[in-house]
Design a binder for this molecule. Structure first.
Ligand code: NDP
Ligand code: 2IT
Length: 444
């Protein structure tokens, strides 16, 4: 068995019951096999063994009181996975499905994603199994305050900088920041995705969705094509999905279907983004309402059916493993030409294989959704410099970063003889910088 396969087998044995972590590690380590073959010093210094073991995992309880006075206890996590190239950086996810496996897969992905941005940020992730759905603002605030009452001692602007993810948006970041400031007495850039009135950056809200579409646009441009007239499906209807929809349509595409965890809507005229934002951002409502408000739109219960809607491009922007081999085959049969992953690991390993065998252009999450964290790093730079850049300045930097990542992974794939395999290209390109930094820093 070669070095990468041995490390993978060992990882599975040492971390039982962590399927998402195994899945992410399998994809990454298999891509890295040819790299470690060219660098025997990596095996001598147990570089891969160190790379797949988090530097630190913080696990804590989060007690909070609901509006009726009942006490609840949730689990809190922060996985500080790798700080070779910069302070730990990565979002916080509040969702009932959060467990150690989910946290570790997200943090592992984040290491390579953050490296791909070219900016000095290490990899981390955190969150809780708390479900913000159906909770009042005051319940969410009390939960965030309790979460931060423990987390504050593990983070800092130069050590670990959390941000949002599923279930954590502007409202939650505000409550978390307020509590951090009260406990530490410091107004610093310890969280990103902050509001514009207290240190946030323009474009951070739009960044992941816009960045995804900038990469799609570049991939199409390199093939003599464009978004003009393309039919697009976007899963999810949260932060990433909304701004992917907005940008794709601004560039001439029609987004014909979107979903939330209850069901999906179709709108063959193209989703009305103003209505979508009103429902999702202002009312915090369900996607079903969209079909009731927009003539011609239809609602279908259950979200899996979305992949049966014919499209040229699919942008999964909700959660992990939304597209399995069966859904992938359906998309291929209906003519999909490009997949851009906005969510983290939305396609199963078998699903990826279906797309790649069919010659579909496949832009993997750690490259395609890196625009969010890249803009977070730009927010950190503005905080440290005590200054603000204009929307146009940040947007231009985001676009340059996304096209840069595309070419970086494209070239890495070519250099290793797997032209067009962007899964391998992204893993290799991201890993090279982390490996260099780890080698330079000794056995730590
Ligand atoms: P939001 O909480 O804003 O939106 C999440 C969306 O996905 C909602 O529509 C939600 O539906 C849906 N969803 C979540 N879980 C499930 C599920 N198990 N089944 C079906 N639908 C589900 O999160 P974001 O938009 O911020 O994040 C979406 C994805 O993008 C995640 O994978 C995240 O890790 C990734 N990402 C986010 C970045 C960011 O900057 N925010 C950056 C890079 C990646 P419902 O409301 O019904 O739960
Ligand atoms: O998955 C991700 O890259 C994010 N949720 C964004 C992380 C960040 O620190 O902005």
């Amino acid at each position: 068995m070669d070095y990468a396969e041995r490390v993978l087998a060992d990882l599975k044995k040492k971390n039982p019951g962590e399927p998402e972590f195994h899945q992410a590690a399998t994809e990454i380590l298999r891509s890295l096999a040819p790299v470690v073959e060219r660098h025997p010093e990596y095996e001598r210094t147990a570089l891969l063994e160190r790379f797949v073991e988090p530097e630190r995992v913080v696990l804590f309880r989060v007690p909070w009181v609901d509006d009726r006075g009942a006490v609840h206890v949730n689990k809190g996590y922060r996985v500080q996975f790798n700080s070779a190239i910069g302070p730990y950086k990565g979002g916080l996810r509040f969702h009932p499905s959060v467990d150690l496996s989910v946290m570790k897969f997200l943090a592992l992905e984040q290491i390579l994603k953050n490296s791909l941005t070219g900016l000095p940020i290490g990899g981390g992730k955190g969150g809780s199994d708390f479900d913000p759905k159906g909770k009042s603002d005051m319940e969410v605030m009390r939960f965030c305050q309790s979460f931060m009452a423990e987390l504050y001692r593990h983070i800092g602007q130069d050590t670990d900088v959390p941000a949002g993810d599923i279930g954590v948006g502007g409202r939650e970041i505000g409550y978390l920041f307020g509590e951090y400031k009260r406990l530490c007495g410091e107004h610093v850039g310890v969280l990103t995705g902050r509001g514009l009135s207290y240190g946030g950056s323009l474009v951070r809200t739009e960044a992941t969705g816009y960045g995804l579409v900038y990469m799609v646009e570049e991939a199409l441009r390199c093939r003599g094509d464009s978004l003009e007239g393309k039919r697009v499906i976007i899963s999810g209807s949260g932060n990433v999905a909304i701004y992917a929809c907005e940008k794709a349509q601004a560039l001439g595409a029609k987004v014909v279907a979107m979903y939330d965890s209850d069901g999906y809507v179709t709108d063959m005229d193209g989703i009305d983004v103003a209505v979508l934002k009103q429902i999702k951002e202002v009312e915090r409502g369900r996607i079903k309402v969209y079909a009731a408000r927009v003539p011609g739109a239809e609602y279908h219960a259950g979200c899996r059916g979305i992949w049966s809607v014919p499209c040229d491009i699919a942008l999964p922007c909700a959660t992990q493993n939304e597209i399995d081999a069966e859904s992938a085959a359906l998309l291929v049969k209906n003519g999909v030409k490009l997949i851009g992953e906005g969510a983290n690991m939305p396609t199963t390993l078998a699903g990826i294989e279906v797309f790649q065998k069919a010659g579909v252009v496949f832009l993997p999450a750690k490259a395609a959704n890196a625009g969010g964290v890249a803009t977070s790093a730009l927010e950190m730079a503005q905080s440290s410099g005590r200054l603000y850049w204009t929307f146009e300045e940040v947007d231009a930097k985001l676009k340059a970063i996304m096209t840069g990542i595309y070419h970086n992974m494209d070239e890495a794939a070519k250099a290793y003889g797997v032209t067009g395999d962007y899964v391998a290209g992204a893993n290799i390109a991201g890993f090279r910088k982390v490996a260099d930094a780890m080698m330079a820093q000794g056995i730590v």
